[in-house]
Design a protein around this ligand. Structure first.
Ligand code: ZN
Length: 169
């Protein structure tokens, strides 16, 4: 996912070793074109009985597989706002005040390196879900009887939530 052209001036870049890494470099701007992970969010949504809400993906990567709801943070959004928006878009529900659960990474994937900020929120068990275009199904599952999640980092967020529950008992 290196930059072949400078995103400031459009000049073809060269490859240069800077700070011990091979980087795209613009000789016209005298600028290394740094690459960074893309920030995104994922949300562990639970209900009072302790079930977790999962969605079945209708888009690549992992089409047909299950995962936590979430997506990329847009310009001008806080991570919390992105979580609220994604849940509205993906499953048509409104959430308030998602709480930080943890931070993880998905490296070398479909979108390159992704930084994922995990949130938790509890909602009513009888909330009406309206799956959007990115999702083919959505539903609550028991934590011990559920589909395996396609992203390792989502499994880690679930495990973090389970551990927190156990420690609170
Ligand atoms: Zn340039």
């Amino acid at each position: 996912m290196k930059y072949l052209y400078c995103y400031h001036c459009g000049t073809k870049t060269i490859s240069k070793t800077i700070d011990g890494r091979q980087r795209s470099y613009c000789e016209r701007c005298n600028l290394p074109l740094y690459e960074n992970p893309v920030p995104s969010v994922a949300v562990v949504i639970t209900n009072k009985p302790g079930q977790v809400l999962l969605v079945r993906r209708n888009v690549e990567p992992g089409i047909g597989e299950w995962c936590l709801p979430g997506g990329f943070i847009e310009i001008g959004e806080t991570p919390q706002q992105a979580a609220v928006r994604e849940l509205k878009e993906e499953i048509g529900i409104n959430i308030n005040d998602p709480q930080l659960l943890g931070i993880g990474s998905h490296l070398n994937g479909y979108y390159g390196d992704v930084l994922i900020i995990g949130f938790h929120v509890e909602i009513d068990a009888d909330v009406k879900m309206i799956p959007g275009d990115d999702v083919s199904e959505a539903g609550f599952f028991s934590i011990n009887d559920r589909p395996k999640l396609v992203f390792r980092v989502h499994e880690d967020f679930l495990a973090t939530w389970v551990k927190r529950q156990e420690n609170q008992v």
